[in-house]
Design a protein around this ligand. Sequence first.
Ligand SMILES: Cc1ncc(COP(=O)(O)O)c(C=O)c1O
Length: 377
Amino acid sequence: MLDLKRQYRPLHQELLDAVGHVLETQQFILGEPVAAFERTAAGQLGVAQTIGCSSGTDALWLALAAAGIGAGDAVVTTPFSFFASVSAILRAGAAPLLADIEPATFNLSPAAVETVLDAPQGKSVRAILPVHLFGQCADWTGFSRLAKERGLKLIEDAAQAWGAECNGLKAGALGDAAAFSFYPTKNLSAAGDAGLVTTNSDDVAERARMLRQHGMRRRYYHDEVGWNARMDGIQGAILGVKLKYIEGWNHARRTAAKRYHALFHAAGLAEAGPYPTHGVVLPHELPGTHHVWHQYVIRTTRRDGLRQFLTERKIGSEIYYPVPLHLQEALKSLGYAEGSFPEAERAAREVLALPIFPELREDEQQTVVSAIAEFLS
Ligand SMILES: Cc1ncc(COP(=O)(O)O)c(C=O)c1O
């Protein structure tokens, strides 16, 4: 599914030198390696402020809390994402409200959010939290309009989308604040847990910096109850090295996605969609967006059988996500049920992520598509 060693081998010495420097200087928590990464990251994303932190989950919580979302507020997000998109809202003390997704992109639907906003909630909605799922930006034109009309904040879950763009702006520079994850499987990855908050607001940035250090502006003077959500120096140093290469890696992912498209079309398996019948519906890039293909996710009605078939042939695949968030045991108290979000539920039954990473070879992609053709024929 993903061979991280292929990324590591050519960078081996450069990464060891960067880690060695941290060991020499003993700057293990925050410090210059993290500050240097934050500066370069800000330049690359075209955003004024970046705040390194301990994980994507903590970045989401920090982004929400620093943007002033807390007890008594509601935040609308998607049921088709990683758990943290919802759990971070709860951790910020706010109430998650869910809205269904677009079947063609799996991203939160602005029209579905609008329906939620128009329904009587008994809750004060303060923000929308769209996720740029699988490396493609959510419909920012739609969300910007909604946010403007209704006076809402937009918080991006950009965990899967380093380098993605919408209308010429990078993910992370679109909303009031954004959160990135550098979990090792992400397209920009650390050697452990790490995350980043981005914002164009100096106030939000200042608050996020304070909250990631137990609410301290001055050492041992606590203005608010924050948390320990700091980035390690070693992660900052590693990410600083990888920032030099991420554009090339994203380009290679786009090339691999194009190759899958061509191979599926050549095999006569590609269907128009958004729903599959006998073949596979391929993911696609919407006009105005720049997809970074964190995942290449197909839809098929025979998903579980296909996955089993691929596993027997030692071909990696993954289901993101088998259970939509509103049907998770831990989120029962949100009050949703089977049938609440038909698009998310259908996607959960049909999606299959295929191997995609910058170093994936053409012959390996050919093997994947041939195996799928054999199963479906
Ligand atoms: C969409 C999304 N949001 C949030 C997260 C949380 O990031 P982390 O695992 O770094 O806490 C992840 C990654 O796991 C993710 O994919």
